[in-house]
Design a binder for this molecule. Sequence first.
Ligand SMILES: NC(=O)c1ccc[n+]([C@@H]2O[C@H](COP(=O)([O-])OP(=O)(O)OC[C@H]3O[C@@H](n4cnc5c(N)ncnc54)[C@H](OP(=O)(O)O)[C@@H]3O)[C@@H](O)[C@H]2O)c1
Length: 322
Amino acid sequence: MAGNHDTIWAALSSAIRDRSKGQGVIAPVPKDVRLDSKVCLVTGASSGLGKAVAVALAARGGRVLLACRPGHTGLAEDISALSGSRQVKLCEVDIADLDSVAALCEQLKNDATRIDIAVLNAGLMPREARKSAQGFELMFAVHFLANRLLAERMIRDGVLAAAGDEAVRSRLIFVSSEAHRSSPPIDFEQFARFTPYGLKDGMKHYSVSKLHLTTYARALARRLGDDFAVHALCPGPVNSNMAREAPWFLKPLVLPIMRGFFLSPEKAAEAVLYLACSEDAGARTGIYLHMMREKAVAPLAEDESNGRHLIERSDALLTNYL
Ligand SMILES: NC(=O)c1ccc[n+]([C@@H]2O[C@H](COP(=O)([O-])OP(=O)(O)OC[C@H]3O[C@@H](n4cnc5c(N)ncnc54)[C@H](OP(=O)(O)O)[C@@H]3O)[C@@H](O)[C@H]2O)c1
């Protein structure tokens, strides 16, 4: 059953409960499964889950593009050292800015890059409502709009390959969250409208943004059929930098809980690696994992009419970009 993620405390205790149930339904992909000659893109690879995923993909022989905000000097060298691979490259992008995302897409197209595995992982939990470069609420922009733009431009431009005689179909993996289950339905009347919020309601807006993303992932998987492998997941509670914006008076409580009870980024990365490397996830589409368990997404995210509405309403926001 869904945990309640309405407040930060409810999310933390639900995360601890989930963690204590353990993992184990799906076995991790064996270490000898290699990704030699595969090209992988990981957004938000500078920290936490994304960094662990980038290291693991590189260690298996993948050529890894680190799609990160400017300013992460030395990151490629760091990931090279951790993975023992020199096939790691940094591409700068601000996922909160659609112009920057479009520029990355243009660069990938112009360089004739073919990506076999795209892990769209970048995420955040702001302390209070902030606007993206185009004036959208930041989590709506980063968790949903930018991921939609990135996914659809890469597909349109042939950067992600559809199944074909010669091509092995690409895998597209969205890092979502179980918090999507606690979201109220998407408010299509107020769609994309910026609403100020503070610390108390941050978790609710996080859940809403992840419901947008999970609904989109299901709609895209349905729309693309067997041409691509489109998957989503919640990595479970991860001891990452996600609480970086927590206020000073909460950090002494939250950080020890994260350190003591949450999964290490490397352990949490196993679910992403399953979707990225396993034969099963390469042969199917539309898998949703919560840690290493396959689950159905929340009914609101599965609902086809919600998916259609979400695509239609966000089309209008992306007309200059898609
Ligand atoms: N931690 C958890 O318990 C948990 C649970 C469920 C789901 N998740 C999801 O897992 C994903 C990874 O989060 P994490 O826990 O690993 O947190 P994290 O350590 O804070 O990593 C977040 C990553 O996203 C990047 N990012 C944020 N805004 C960006 C932007 N505008 N442009 C480019 N990159 C941006 C960050 O880059 P900078 O370093 O430049 O800020 C960082 O690399 C997120 O989607 C999160 O929602 C996390």
